[in-house]
Write a protein that binds this ligand. Structure first.
Ligand code: C2E
Ligand code: MG
Ligand code: MG
Ligand code: MG
Length: 293
């Protein structure tokens, strides 16, 4: 290749590129082992009712408990899993794990709340997904309304027929579909009318700025919430970290709040304690030990 560029234009051998492809190779090998050995774990982040602080749902977020590196966040391995197709195994594991967990909570007498999982569009394009979900719900006798599926706005915008068709079928089973990271894929508000979904998750990028001097993001969030209400969609605000953000959202009747202000994603035992309590107190009031009024 270097020669094709002409004699004055040297192309240096990219050592760093090869290192990274070597890393990828190692990571893929590790990932196969992780699937076999079940090194993955689900953390749960509560979603609370804005008005009361009651826990009304939770999002399951995957972690990879790597034997050498410790907890690896999903942004570090999901993109690679999508490249090397291991995402199919990982997604199916998430589905099975979540349904089994819903069953366990019911058996143990915990309050029953819907759990949302994230699915890659790549998994939605492969056959067998709807059958798997249907089979798991039947196996554990879980109502479809207890499982929610999040798909990012940007992957929906590609308008792939296979993805839309699968979502449609899941919806027919009674599973709620959430548009994740809403606002980052530049969907027009009009899109909300066209695409049949049940829940909108406003991306944290907008939530970060709703109380800033520049009123632009506040206006966008208000408009999205207004339209979502009009057409009967539920709204979840993601990445709520501060009291002022929470107050803004509560005043505008946002349905659910998800963010560090109430709780980070936590491992199963911690989440079960929260489930048992049933409500959350914002970070700053946690000493008071009283539910929100
Ligand atoms: P997401 O679905 O948008 O999940 C929300 C992310 O925001 C989570 O990061 C969560 O920990 C983080 N977050 C929540 N509240 C706050 C907050 O108040 N402040 C800040 N700064 N961050 C907050 P996490 O767990 O690292 O997940 C990152 C992304 O990885 C997820 O974004 C999702 O797209 C993907 N992901 C997670 N689990 C799975 C999975 O099982 N399958 C697939 N395909 N993707 C997954
Ligand atoms: Mg999500
Ligand atoms: Mg999101
Ligand atoms: Mg995200």
């Amino acid at each position: 290749h270097a020669k094709q560029q002409g004699s004055n234009n040297y192309q240096f051998y990219s050592f760093s590129r090869d290192i990274s492809s070597y890393k990828k190779f190692l990571l893929e090998k590790d990932m196969r082992r992780a699937i076999v050995n079940e090194e993955f774990e689900l953390y749960y982040q509560p979603q609370v009712e804005a008005a009361t602080g009651r826990i009304k749902g939770a999002e399951a977020l995957i972690r990879w408990n790597h034997r050498d590196w410790g907890m690896v966040p999903p942004n570090e391995f999901i993109p690679l899993a999508e490249e090397n197709h291991l995402i199919h195994h990982i997604s199916d594991w998430v589905i099975r794990k979540t349904c089994a967990q819903l069953w366990r909570w019911r058996e143990a007498g915990y309050p029953v709340i819907p759990i949302s999982i994230n699915l890659s569009p790549i998994r939605l394009l492969k056959r067998g997904l709807v059958e798997l979900v249907e089979g798991q719900l039947a196996l554990y006798k879980i109502p479809a309304s207890m499982l929610e599926i999040e798909i990012t706005e940007s992957s929906l915008l590609k308008n792939e027929i296979g993805v839309l068709k699968t979502l449609e079928e899941l919806r027919k089973l009674g599973i709620k579909i959430a548009i994740d990271d809403f606002g980052t894929g530049y969907a027009s508000l009009n899109y909300l009318h066209e695409f049949e979904a049940d829940i909108i998750k406003i991306d944290q990028i907008f939530i970060q700025n709703i109380t800033s001097a520049n009123k632009k993001d506040a206006a966008i969030v208000s408009a999205v919430m207004h339209l979502a209400k009009e057409i009967g969609m539920q709204i979840v605000a993601e990445g709520v970290e501060e009291k002022a953000q929470y107050e803004f959202l509560k005043e505008r009747n946002c349905d659910l709040i998800q963010g560090y202000y109430f709780s980070k994603p936590v491992p199963l035992p911690d989440f079960e304690e929260l489930l048992h309590e049933g409500y959350l107190i914002p970070k700053e009031n946690q000493k008071q030990d009283m539910p929100l009024k």
